[in-house]
Design a protein around this ligand. Structure first.
Ligand code: ATP
Length: 233
């Protein structure tokens, strides 16, 4: 579904990503894990066309998206939930969700709204509340819910666990599994390697701009180097 080959990103003289190559198949949860500054966010920003990059291949659903603007990507089924839950603070929960569907011309928007409320009952109780007054966890839910309102084939999430309490992290990750079960492919960028590896099918480990390991998430959870570097065990 997503194929990235030899992706390179420079910030001035800093070479932040070096020939990064990975893929995500339909139906999978794939995670990119790595320490602070490893380049995880840069990968998502590049795929979404938010920063300049060079690459041999960036294909989504077998089409090159190297020159595709972000709004067209959303129309085509590729959506990005950025780090730090950028909800529209002065708009209500419902208005934020409606914004997520603004590129759609089909008649299934109501159905998807119900699906979002099924994943996040807390949002249904708060449709009129201003997004800026939601708790951090609720804002993360809204950011994901808004992305789901575009009816994506692939959802890319950047650090959904950031700043959340352990209980909320559990809740968000179990919702990510549910979202995947309802047919959406997931690319998950995380510093919380333990949680990410425990829900993903496959994973890539990123170190200072290089993919240094890849494999089944289950195997990486048991890998000594990964355990030592990322799992604190
Ligand atoms: P984090 O988890 O802290 O967000 P990350 O793995 O997502 O880290 P990136 O944010 O992609 O990493 O950063 C990769 C490297 O690129 C870092 O060394 C960072 O300092 C650098 N970098 C990122 N954005 C910029 C920028 N706009 N200008 C200069 N350097 C940048």
């Amino acid at each position: 579904m997503l194929k990235v080959e030899r992706l390179n990103v420079f910030y001035g003289v800093i070479h932040a990503l070096h020939d990064v190559t990975f893929h995500v198949d339909k139906g999978e949860i794939v995670t990119l894990i790595g320490a602070n500054g490893a380049g995880k966010t840069s990968i998502l920003h590049a795929i979404s066309g938010l920063i300049p990059y060079s690459a041999d291949t960036v294909d989504f659903a077998q089409q090159s998206i190297k020159k595709t603007p972000a709004h067209t990507l959303v129309e085509n089924g590729l959506v990005h939930v950025p780090e730090g839950r950028r909800v529209f603070a002065s708009m209500s929960v419902m208005e934020n969700l409606e914004m997520g569907a603004y590129t759609r011309k089909d008649t299934q928007i109501e159905r998807d709204l119900e699906l979002v409320f099924k994943h996040f009952p807390r949002l249904k109780e708060r449709t009129r509340q201003l997004a800026g007054t939601l708790s951090g966890g609720e804002q993360q839910m809204l950011a994901i819910g808004r992305a789901l309102m575009s009816n994506p084939k692939l959802i890319m999430m950047d650090e959904p666990s950031m700043g959340l309490s352990p209980i909320l992290v559990q809740e968000i990750f179990s919702i990510i599994v549910d979202i995947n079960k309802t047919g959406t492919t997931v690319l998950l960028v995380e510093q919380n390697a333990h949680m990410a590896l425990s829900i993903a099918n496959r994973a890539y480990v990123l170190e200072t701009g290089d993919i240094v390991k890849e494999g089944k998430a289950h195997d990486l959870l048991a890998d000594d180097e990964v355990k030592k570097a990322y799992l604190g065990t």
